[in-house]
Write a protein of this length. Structure first.
Length: 404
C-alpha cells in the first residue's frame, strides 16, 4: 500500500505535516478529514525502487518531443470537430511512439466505458506526466481542450529545446575527454611496454619522467581492484545520500555553489518552474493546484520546500511575491517580475517572460563555457599525451648517448 506525505490544517488553523498509508490520494484525503485535518497537499512518498521498477520506469519514459507532437496532433484533430473517440483512434494510428499509441488505445477503451478524459489519462499516469493530466482535466472542464493542448505543445517544445542546449554544450567536451583517455590507455598499454623491453635489453638507465610513469602504471596494475572498490563505494554512497531528503538538499547546495556552473543550473530550475506554472495558470488551473502540480515536475528539493511555503501562505491570503521576497532562493529579478504579474493580473504572462529570459541566459552561458572548456581540455590532453611521449623519447636519447 502506498505511503503519502501530507500537509494540512487542523480545526485550530495549525499547520500539520505527516505521512499516511492509503490506497490512493482520495482515500488519504478522506481519512485526514475524518481526523479533523484539512489537507493542503498530498503526494506519494518516494520510496526506493528495485531493479524491476527502475527498468519499468525507463521503459515507459516518453521523450518531450514526442509529447509535444502528440499534443499538436491531438489539438488539430479536436479543432476539426471530430468526436473524442474517433480522435483517439486517429491518434493511436498516427503516433510514432509505440508507448503513446498503446496508452491512447487504453484511454479510448476507458472512455467507451464511461470515464472522463481526465480520469482515463490519469489511469495511464506511468506514461503521461502529472502536469499533462491536470491540464487535460482543466481543459475538459472549461471546454478549451484544444487551446490547453496547444499550450502543452509549446511548453514541451521549449523544455526540449532547453534540454538539448545543455546536451549540446557538454557533448563535445565529453567526446574530447573520452578520446584523451583512449589515447592514454593505448600509449601506456601498447606502445610504452614495447619500447621499455627494448631499452632494458640494452641496460639503459631510465630517466625520471619514465620511471614516474612506470610507477603510476605499476600502482594501477597492483591495486586496480582496490581502486574499483573505492569508486563503487563512492557511487553507492552518492545514491545512498541522494535517497534522503537531507542528502538531496546537501547535494543541491553543493551543486548550486559550483564555480561557473552553479548559477546556470539554478537558472535552468527557475526556468522550468516559471514555464510550468505559467502554462498551468494560463489554462485556468487554480494557483494552489498549479503550484502543487509543479512539485511533481521539479526535482529541486529547495524549490519544493519553497513551494510548500508559498502554498501555506497563499492559503492565508498572502501574495506569492510577498512570500518569495522573504526567502533567499528566488533572485530579485524573479521576485519583481512576479510582483508586477500579480499587480497587473497577468502572472502567467510574466512567468513566461521570466522563463524566456532565463533560457536565453542559459544558452549564452553554455555557449561561453563551451568556448572556454574546449581549449582547456585540448591543452590538458596535449600535456598528458606529451608527458607520455617524452617518457618514451628520453630513454632513446639516453641509449644513443650510452651507445656513443
Amino acid at each position: 500500500m502506498p505511503i503519502y506525505e501530507y500537509m494540512g490544517r487542523n480545526t485550530s488553523g495549525e499547520v500539520i505535516k505527516g505521512i499516511s498509508e492509503s490506497d490512493n490520494e482520495l482515500a488519504a484525503a478522506s481519512m485526514l478529514r475524518s481526523k479533523g485535518i484539512f489537507p493542503i497537499t498530498i503526494k506519494e512518498k518516494e520510496q526506493s525502487k528495485d531493479l524491476k521498477n527502475i527498468i519499468k520506469s525507463l521503459a515507459y519514459k516518453v521523450k518531450l518531443k514526442d509529447l509535444s507532437a502528440y499534443c499538436r496532433q491531438f489539438s488539430s484533430i479536436i479543432n476539426a470537430g471530430i468526436p473524442i473517440v474517433k480522435t483517439l483512434e486517429i491518434l493511436e494510428k498516427q503516433s510514432i511512439n509505440p508507448i503513446l499509441a498503446k496508452s491512447t488505445k487504453k484511454i479510448n477503451e476507458d472512455i467507451k466505458k464511461g470515464l472522463t478524459l481526465g480520469n482515463a489519462f490519469r489511469n495511464n499516469s506511468d506514461v503521461f506526466p502529472e502536469m499533462f493530466i491536470n491540464m487535460v482535466e482543466a481543459g475538459e472542464i472549461s471546454g478549451s481542450l484544444n487551446t490547453t493542448l496547444d499550450r502543452l505543445a509549446v511548453h514541451y517544445e521549449k523544455e526540449n529545446t532547453l534540454i538539448n542546449k545543455v546536451k549540446s554544450a557538454i557533448t563535445y567536451p565529453i567526446i574530447l575527454s573520452i578520446t584523451a583517455v583512449a589515447v592514454v590507455i593505448f600509449l601506456t598499454t601498447t606502445v610504452l611496454p614495447t619500447f621499455l623491453s627494448f631499452f632494458e635489453s640494452y641496460g639503459a638507465v631510465l630517466p625520471i619522467p619514465t620511471r614516474l610513469l612506470l610507477n603510476i602504471i605499476d600502482f594501477i596494475g597492483r591495486y586496480w581492484l582496490l581502486i574499483l572498490a573505492l569508486v563503487l563505494t563512492l557511487i553507492f554512497m552518492f545514491f545512498r545520500i541522494r535517497s534522503t531528503e537531507k542528502g538531496r538538499l546537501a547535494l543541491e547546495y553543493l551543486k548550486l555553489n559550483l564555480p561557473l556552473l552553479g548559477g546556470t543550473l539554478k537558472k535552468i530550475t527557475l526556468s522550468r518552474f516559471a514555464r510550468t506554472l505559467s502554462t498551468m495558470l494560463s489554462s485556468g488551473i487554480p494557483l494552489l493546484d498549479a503550484i502543487d502540480s509543479v512539485n511533481y515536475v521539479i526535482e529541486s528539493e529547495m524549490l519544493k520546500n519553497e513551494c510548500e511555503k508559498i502554498m501555506e501562505n497563499v492559503q492565508k491570503g498572502t501574495g506569492i511575491s510577498e512570500v518569495i521576497r522573504l526567502g533567499a532562493y528566488f533572485p530579485p529579478f524573479f521576485v519583481e517580475m512576479v510582483a508586477v504579474g500579480e499587480e497587473t493580473g497577468k502572472l502567467d504572462d510574466m512567468l513566461n517572460k521570466v522563463a524566456d529570459y532565463y533560457d536565453e541566459e542559459v544558452k549564452f552561458t553554455f555557449d561561453r563555457l563551451t568556448n572556454i572548456i574546449e581549449p582547456v581540455i585540448i591543452v590538458v590532453m596535449a600535456c598528458v599525451v606529451g608527458f607520455i611521449i617524452i617518457s618514451i623519447i628520453l630513454p632513446m636519447f639516453e641509449m644513443l648517448h650510452f651507445v656513443g
